[in-house]
Design a protein around this ligand. Structure first.
Ligand SMILES: Nc1ncnc2c1ncn2[C@@H]1O[C@H](COP(=O)(O)OP(=O)(O)OP(=O)(O)O)[C@@H](O)[C@H]1O
Ligand SMILES: [Mg+2]
Length: 315
């Protein structure tokens, strides 16, 4: 690597398609050995960002670096140091697993014993050894995903860019994929991984970036995002007095976000505040004449934080 750190650098990245701002001023960094989760709803700009990092597309503005090499000015250098697993891929149906990987090893300039060794190693790592002779058209979805990961690893890149690698996998295959990714990070590779499956990213990632409509809503170490999660709770209230009165009071409160009437007596409210503020809210409601039969708080999950940060808008 040209520079020691970080392995992926994204600076003020923009990509416009006509009037669509697919990527709108995105900046983040991923260090060697780190797994960075890219979370966002459909159309958020994840694939567009990843394609630019994989040198398959160019930004409208901004720049990005793979192992210190600009994807705009030195794409050949960057390409040698990255492995990309696209969200949609074709395998050549009439070649077998070994031939497929051997082809890509040749394309990366690996020759002789080194090529043989590289193909063997990635097949071992991804559990494809027993399928070496199988034509790729006969592989299941999960096996194709493994093959695609093996292909991305064939030249032992510093950086891995995986666009929804867990999509369509069964629970066991997801666990295995997670283990493989963790192992690769432990080897010192920087991994950028996108997904809609937030709980899963929570288990595997060191850092996450939440993107919507091309903009990063939050990015940072998972610990910091978790702290944010802990500050956020969902209150459940059961009231015996007029629920509309409680609804109105809650909606006007500065620490309360969305409020829903779950049924005749039960309300749910998003609350941003600590325990003391929660106690103050309860006394306030009681003082206003609300008859509170039950008042409980549940901490938000990663899923809920995500939904609270994004508006669910599709562009
Ligand atoms: N080649 C293109 N031409 C025009 N618009 C495009 C093109 N590629 C992407 N877009 C638009 O850019 C936006 C971001 O798309 P992108 O595929 O990056 O989203 P994503 O986060 O990967 O979504 P998903 O979760 O559905 O895969 C969308 O509005 C999409 O329609
Ligand atoms: Mg995508």
């Amino acid at each position: 690597m040209k520079r020691s750190q970080p392995a992926i650098e994204v600076y003020n990245l923009h990509r416009f398609f006509g009037t669509t701002r697919a990527v709108d001023d995105v900046s983040f960094q991923v260090h060697p050995g780190e797994v960075f989760g890219f979370i966002g709803p459909n159309g958020a700009g994840k694939t567009t960002t990843m394609r630019i990092l994989a040198t398959l597309d160019q930004p409208s503005f901004g720049n990005a670096y793979i192992a210190g090499f600009s994807v705009v000015e030195e794409p050949e250098q960057a390409r040698l140091r990255l492995g990309f697993m696209p969200d949609y891929f074709n395998t050549y149906p009439y070649v077998n697993v070994w031939e497929y990987l051997d082809f890509f090893a040749r394309a990366y300039g690996l020759r002789g014993a080194r090529r043989h060794q590289a193909v063997q190693e990635v097949m071992e790592f991804t559990g494809l050894i027993s399928l070496a002779e199988k034509p790729t058209r006969a592989l299941s979805k999960g096996m194709k995903q493994r093959l695609c990961l093996a292909r991305a690893l064939i030249h032992d890149p510093d950086v891995l860019i995986l666009d929804e690698p867990a999509a369509g996998l069964d629970p066991r295959a997801r666990v295995e994929l997670r283990q493989m990714i963790r192992h690769l990070a432990n080897q010192g590779k920087a991994v950028l991984i996108s997904s809609h499956i937030l709980t899963e990213l929570g288990e595997i990632c060191d850092s996450v970036g939440i993107i919507e409509q091309g903009r990063l809503k939050a990015a940072g170490p998972l610990e910091l995002i978790r702290q944010r999660i802990n500050q956020y709770s969902v209150l459940q209230l059961e009231v015996l007095s007029d629920p509309q009165q409680a609804l109105g009071l809650l909606q006007q409160h500065e620490l309360v976000g969305e409020v829903h009437l779950r049924n005749q007596h039960v309300l749910w409210a998003q609350f941003r505040g600590d325990k003391v503020q929660r106690a103050q809210l309860l006394s306030y409601l009681v003082n206003q004449g609300v008859k509170v039969a039950e008042f409980s708080a549940q901490e938000g999950s990663l899923e809920e934080v995500f939904l609270s940060l994004t508006q669910g808008q599709v562009q």
